[in-house]
Design a protein around this ligand. Structure first.
Ligand SMILES: [Zn+2]
Length: 405
């Protein structure tokens, strides 16, 4: 959303420079104006001007920095000011919605997860807006100045126009979520596919922080991937996604919500895995999976205790996902592959299965040095949306709106 008017060339430069300076203060603060000028490669006069605007808007503050060993007057350093600025991060998932109030340092103030039934006859759009309203009513005593709303969800999404074309689990057709919520609340709304946003969050705050080339694969209710290449999210700012979940792995497989058949998502999603386990239990009467509710947790625990059926199901997921990842490794040559999945509970079974599949099926020179690890965050919670807001501060698009008041 957000880009309401085409900024002129000068405005665009101003926005970019302000974003760069804000990012440097956030990453390096407290930092002096002289160091900022060097790090940003901007003239001292430009730094002074940008910083003055940020000070006036209370987005940065001054503090003293004393060089250890120096006897002179302490220098003036700049730090970001984050506590008085809040934003709402929303995650829509299968059957539930999480709403988290964060401050601009991404610190979580309060988070609620409430049920969002799949079969409710009311339109999803009005239900989401109503949940946002109720959240603000519940927590109005804690709310500081609201800057933005970030929403992450699965589906086919136009992130620029804020339109959700289709979703798994919910009956949605071209839902104008961004525009409606922006009109309703008066603050900018950022919408992103949950896997892309989660990949950004791991890169900014989590397990892939600092890595240049990363593939993050998510195996949950939905299946997909995010790619960071040369430090940037692939397809950032566009509606395109790394749609590995909709790569056909079984031409005779189940119909998928995207319109095709036998997509990876129809085989490797948590629902499909549990369905397969349920079917195979009938031929494996000795399996530990009998006599308890079948869940991801019970499946992982049985596998960890050596149950052959449970182990075989998880190894099967590793092989299906690993095969697609092997192709991606040849395309992107990542240092790190992150797995985001509740199946990480049995990471000692799943990860080696994925690793060995990749090593057998991709270029040895690429796969030798790559490591397979768990994501830091899980698929719940609202840190994925936090990455959208941080990104909008760093690229200047949200920052400039806050500076203009
Ligand atoms: Zn599909």
């Amino acid at each position: 959303m957000v880009a309401d008017s085409q900024p002129g060339h000068i405005d665009q430069i101003k926005q970019t420079n302000a974003g760069v300076v804000y990012r440097l203060i956030d990453r390096h603060g407290p930092v002096s104006r002289i160091d900022l000028s060097r790090l940003a490669q901007l003239a001292p006069a430009s730094i002074t001007k940008i910083v003055r605007e940020m000070l006036e808007a209370h987005l940065v503050q001054e503090t003293e920095i004393q060089d250890p060993g120096s006897r002179g007057r302490p220098a003036v350093g700049l730090m970001v000011e984050t506590e008085a600025w809040h934003y709402l991060s929303v995650r829509i998932n299968r059957g539930e919605i999480s709403l988290g109030l964060h401050d601009l340092s991404s610190q979580l103030i309060v988070e609620d997860t409430v049920s969002l039934p799949l079969d409710d006859p009311n339109p999803l759009l009005s239900r989401v807006i109503s949940q946002v309203d109720q959240f603000f009513i519940r927590h109005q005593h804690r709310l500081e100045r609201l800057t933005a709303i970030a929403i992450t969800l699965p589906g086919i999404i136009d992130t620029v126009k804020g339109i959700v074309h289709r979703m798994p689990f919910y009956d949605v057709c071209d839902m104008p979520l961004g525009e409606e919520l922006e009109n309703h609340t008066g603050v900018p709304v950022f919408i992103q596919h949950d896997i892309s946003a989660w990949t950004m969050a791991e890169g900014l705050f989590g397990a892939s922080r600092g890595a240049r080339d990363v593939i993050q694969v998510v195996i949950d209710h939905n299946v997909g991937a995010g790619v960071i290449t040369d430090g940037r999210l692939l397809h950032a700012g566009s509606s395109s996604l790394v749609e590995i979940g909709h790569t056909q792995v079984d031409p005779y497989g189940k119909r998928c919500y995207c319109g095709n058949h036998g997509c990876l998502e129809t085989i490797a999603s948590i629902e499909s895995i549990l369905e397969l386990a349920q079917q195979r239990m009938n031929q494996s009467m000795g399996s530990m999976l009998h006599g308890q509710p079948l869940t991801v947790e019970s499946l992982c625990d049985a596998a960890l205790q050596g149950d052959l059926l449970a182990k075989d199901i998880i190894l099967g997921v590793g092989i299906n996902v690993g095969r697609i990842l092997a192709i991606m490794v040849n395309l992107f040559n990542p240092q790190v592959i992150l797995i985001g999945s509740p199946l990480n509970r049995a990471a000692e079974i799943l990860h080696p299965a994925i690793t060995s599949c990749i090593r057998q099926q991709s270029l040895p020179a690429y796969s030798q040095h790559m490591v397979v690890e768990s994501t830091q965050y899980n698929h719940r919670g609202t840190m994925a949306g936090a990455a959208l807001v941080k990104d909008a501060m760093y690229n200047g698009s949200l920052l400039i709106r806050l500076l203009q008041g």
